[in-house]
Design a protein. Structure first.
Length: 347
């Protein structure tokens, strides 16, 4: 374990070194070009920097933004200058250099302290530094100026969720979902804000349910309320996956919730409960056809409770294709013999 940590430290040092080498080389090339009398167009410089930023080529993007600022020194382009300074702050933040990001953000604030993008980034930096009150202040200021700013609502939801203020968290996640209609995937994020809000909203409901386990019996809501919240947690993730099937994290969390739901249904008695469990396991394999456990459960339910050996055999065969397990093979052989005997009896 100690050796592994040492290697991780060495790797981080090496990565930072490479980062600075790339920056140095690009800066050198940039100044070389300037010495040859080039006077690049600011719009083209910013466009190039933005392209590098979107592809997360941060070292080269940083150089281009600095180059843009250098060429602006003799020009009055406050909005372009603000954009470049904000991007530099963002790059520092994404590189975990929060102090540099805050220092540079202060320069951007000299141009326009009330800029929405600036206040959002300021809030994220405060949040990352553990300064929750200051972060909340920034996000609330953004919402006051722009009530439909879904990013600010989402980030407030995260803060309130972390503070276990679940009602406020739910409210802001719901507003983030409501207002993020285009759901454009932002750089450096797992998914669009509306998608992330759905995943976090589902997690909030589950946190509330987990909290009920620590309450006395007299304080636990009735079963209907609990079941409703469990269904909400699942439905929200289903919506997220339906919107974006490549949102892997949401799909994995949804599968975990469905397994739990199927297990609860399977513990009840009666054909209806087994049908419900079967439907849930079928949802799981639709989400991820490589879920061996779900295929095995489908086979077991079909064989033991619904008396459909052919359907059970198909499920076990699918499971065996995914995992060559001796136990699964034994079930296949048993079912093949049962089906063969049934066919002989019917002749």
């Amino acid at each position: 374990m100690t050796n592994t940590r040492k290697w991780l430290i060495y790797f981080e040092i090496f990565a930072v070194f490479i980062f600075f080498v790339i920056i140095f080389v690009n800066i050198t090339n940039s100044y070389t070009n300037q010495n040859y009398g080039e006077n690049p167009d600011l719009d083209q410089l910013i466009e190039k920097a933005d392209q590098l930023y979107k592809t997360q080529d941060l070292p080269r993007a940083l150089v281009k933004y600095w180059e843009t600022i250098t060429h602006m020194e003799s020009q009055k382009e406050p909005q372009k200058l603000l954009h470049a300074r904000l991007r530099i702050s963002e790059i520092y933040f994404r590189s975990n250099w929060n102090k540099d990001a805050l220092d540079h953000l202060a320069r951007a604030a000299e141009i326009d302290r009330n800029n929405t993008e600036l206040r959002l980034l300021q809030g994220e930096l405060y949040k990352d530094n553990g300064q929750r009150a200051l972060a909340t202040q920034e996000f609330l200021a953004v919402i006051k100026k722009d009530p439909k700013n879904f990013e600010a609502h989402y980030l407030l939801g995260v803060l309130y969720q972390g503070a276990r203020q679940f009602e406020q968290a739910i409210d802001h996640y719901q507003q983030a979902i409501q207002y993020d209609l285009q759901m454009i995937h932002q750089p450096f994020e797992l998914a669009a804000v509306g998608q992330l809000a759905r995943m976090q909203l589902s997690r909030t409901y589950r946190q509330i349910l987990q909290g009920y386990q620590n309450l006395g019996q007299e304080n636990i809501p009735d079963a209907t309320e609990i079941e409703k919240m469990e269904k909400q947690a699942i439905a929200i993730l289903e919506d997220a996956v339906h919107i974006n099937e490549h949102f892997v994290e949401a799909r994995q969390e949804l599968i975990g919730l469905l397994y739990r739901q199927a297990s609860i249904a399977g513990r009840a008695r009666g054909t209806r409960s087994y049908d419900q469990a079967l439907n849930i396991y079928q949802k799981i394999v639709e989400l991820d056809p490589s879920e061996v456990d779900a295929w095995q459960w489908i086979g077991q339910i079909q064989r033991s409770f619904l008396d459909d050996p052919e359907a059970a055999l198909a499920a076990y065969q699918k499971a065996y294709e995914l995992e060559s397990d001796v136990g699964i093979l034994a079930e296949i052989k048993t079912l093949e013999d049962e089906i063969k005997n049934m066919e002989l009896e019917n002749q």
